[in-house]
Write a protein that binds this ligand. Structure first.
Ligand code: ATP
Ligand code: MG
Ligand code: FE
Length: 332
């Protein structure tokens, strides 16, 4: 089957074409309007999706060398995400499916982040563990099959991507700050400053404590030295990143030990982080674990992953009615 997939859950408008399980392209329009506000403004996101969606879809069709008549189904992100943003992709997909009289396929965004692993080789083998780390989620997922997943641990408050972005904001870095912290961290000393871990039971996480600790750390040091941040940016970022990644790795290792599963993947925007990628490579060296890290373009939001999820749903004939509505919160 040839499927068009649309992603519009947050601040990326994206379209991709998948043909017989092969993702042919992955067109992404990143919205820049949010930069000056230090975070995504939902209403602006929704308007930008409206502007971007037609050209982005056309570009995906053109890049694949096909027209809309060649499509067998239309897929879209139903949730979780920003409701106004999701509405744009959902409405567009629904009208296109209706106009072409072909099936409509709803996709869960978090499931799709994980299924991004099946776009390129090598594929993880079932069952595998996936640490899904993004702007809105921090989960350890037990993946039993393409469409059979169970969350076995998750954050009880902030997502780790949020911790990166909010900390970056405290350092006066532009949104999204995660990639910038990563950049500065690469030349810093991760042991220059110590931030306390928040101990959580089982496989759960908490990232609100470290965010508060970081706020006070900056306040106290800036009181002593107004140039503290300026003079220590690299060490601050390296130390903060080290703490955040350590908290993730502890739970991921525990999950692997407890379940005996040695196939381990990461997904979501924070899986682009070089510190996390490095720590995972180290984990691969221990106990014959196999580690899977997605290509950069499939870490943050993209329609390629939505297309991959849609392909498996198409094979299962899991189609959606035309009156389906988006869901800001949506369980896997
Ligand atoms: P969700 O998928 O939970 O709905 P989202 O779609 O906003 O949330 P993604 O687009 O998957 O999240 O990821 C964006 C997040 O990834 C942001 O918090 C961003 O700072 C973070 N991020 C991206 N690259 C890096 C990096 N190199 N280091 C740390 N964080 C990063
Ligand atoms: Mg985004
Ligand atoms: Fe996402």
């Amino acid at each position: 089957p040839t499927i068009l997939a649309i992603e519009s859950s947050c601040d990326e408008t994206s379209a991709a074409i998948i043909k017989n399980g092969k993702v042919l392209n992955n067109i992404i329009a990143t919205q820049s309007v949010h930069k000056k506000y230090g975070g995504v403004v939902p209403e602006l996101a929704s308007r930008a999706h409206q502007q971007n969606i037609v050209p982005v879809v056309q570009e995906a069709l053109d890049a694949a060398g096909i027209t809309k008549k060649d499509l067998d189904a239309i897929a879209f992100t139903r949730g979780p995400g920003l409701l106004g943003a999701l509405l744009v992709g959902t409405s567009f997909a629904k009208s296109m499916a209706m106009g072409l009289d072909i099936p409509l396929i709803e996709v869960n965004h978090m499931q799709a982040h994980i299924l991004a692993h099946f776009i390129d080789q090598p594929h993880p083998r079932f069952p595998f563990l996936c640490l899904t780390v993004s702007g809105g989620h921090t989960q350890i997922v037990l993946v039993k099959d393409y469409l059979e997943m169970e969350v076995i641990g998750e954050t009880q408050d902030d997502a780790v991507g949020e911790a990166f972005d909010k900390s970056a904001k405290l350092l006066d870095l532009p949104y999204p700050g995660g990639p910038l912290i990563d950049k500065y961290a690469q030349n810093g000393n991760p042991e220059a400053f110590v931030f306390p871990d928040t101990e959580m039971p089982g496989l759960n996480f908490s990232f609100s404590g470290i965010k508060t600790a970081f706020l006070y750390f900056l306040r106290d040091n800036k009181a002593k030295d107004p140039k503290f941040v300026e003079n220590n940016m690299e060490d601050i970022c390296a130390s903060l990143q080290y703490s955040l990644i350590r908290m993730l790795m502890q739970k991921l290792k525990r999950a692997s030990n407890e379940t005996g599963i040695r196939e381990i993947a990461i997904a979501g925007g924070v899986s682009a982080n070089s510190g996390l990628r490095h720590e995972l490579q180290r984990l691969a060296g221990e106990r014959q674990r196999h580690i899977y890290i997605p290509d950069f373009q499939y870490c943050t939001d993209n329609a390629g992953m939505i297309a991959m999820a849609a392909h498996y749903k198409y094979l299962n004939k899991e189609f959606s009615p035309l009156d389906v509505s988006p869901m800001a919160r949506m369980k896997m």
